[in-house]
Design a protein around this ligand. Structure first.
Ligand SMILES: [Zn+2]
Length: 153
């Protein structure tokens, strides 16, 4: 599976990539050399709207030209020929990129609202920021949006 670094102008797209299961670092920095070094060292594709950076480093940088988040994602999917992996959906924290851990109900009791605890059975938690995820209605909406991104030309 591809791994990415997104720069400051693609932060929202980066969160969507994580929801799709892609290992995606967010780098809001002007230190381009550092960005390139990490990309090359860790085998990460750097996604940027910085034309100059992309043109001078075509081995590791992909230029994203769209301005709107969903269009940016379409462009990323198209330029890199990404395919949708259902198994990897929602397996990564959208905030900090860590791989989520499955939790039994009792373990997350203090981290979720009462009504969620009483109505849901499957939970996962980010080992870094402790955010708890569950299979709610919002997931269905996100999943539909992702499926649409991959299916439309
Ligand atoms: Zn997290």
């Amino acid at each position: 599976m591809e791994k990415f670094i997104v720069d400051g102008m693609l932060g929202k797209a980066g969160r969507w990539l994580r929801l799709m299961g892609y290992d995606t670092l967010y780098f809001n920095t002007n230190r381009k050399a550092e960005l390139l070094r990490i990309g090359r060292k860790e085998g990460r594709i750097i996604l940027t709207r910085d034309r100059k950076l992309a043109l001078s480093n075509p081995d590791v940088v992909i230029l994203i030209e769209s301005e709107e988040t969903l269009n940016q994602l379409k462009e990323i999917i198209c330029k890199l020929s990404l395919t949708l992996s259902e198994a990897n959906l929602f397996n990564r924290c959208s905030i900090c990129n860590s791989v989520l851990e499955s939790k039994i109900k009792e373990e997350i009791k203090n981290f979720v609202p009462e009504y969620v605890y009483s109505t849901k059975d499957r939970f996962s938690q980010c080992p870094s920021c402790k955010k708890v995820y569950w299979d709610g209605d919002h997931c269905k909406g996100i999943k539909r949006t992702i499926e649409k991104l991959f299916s439309s030309p």
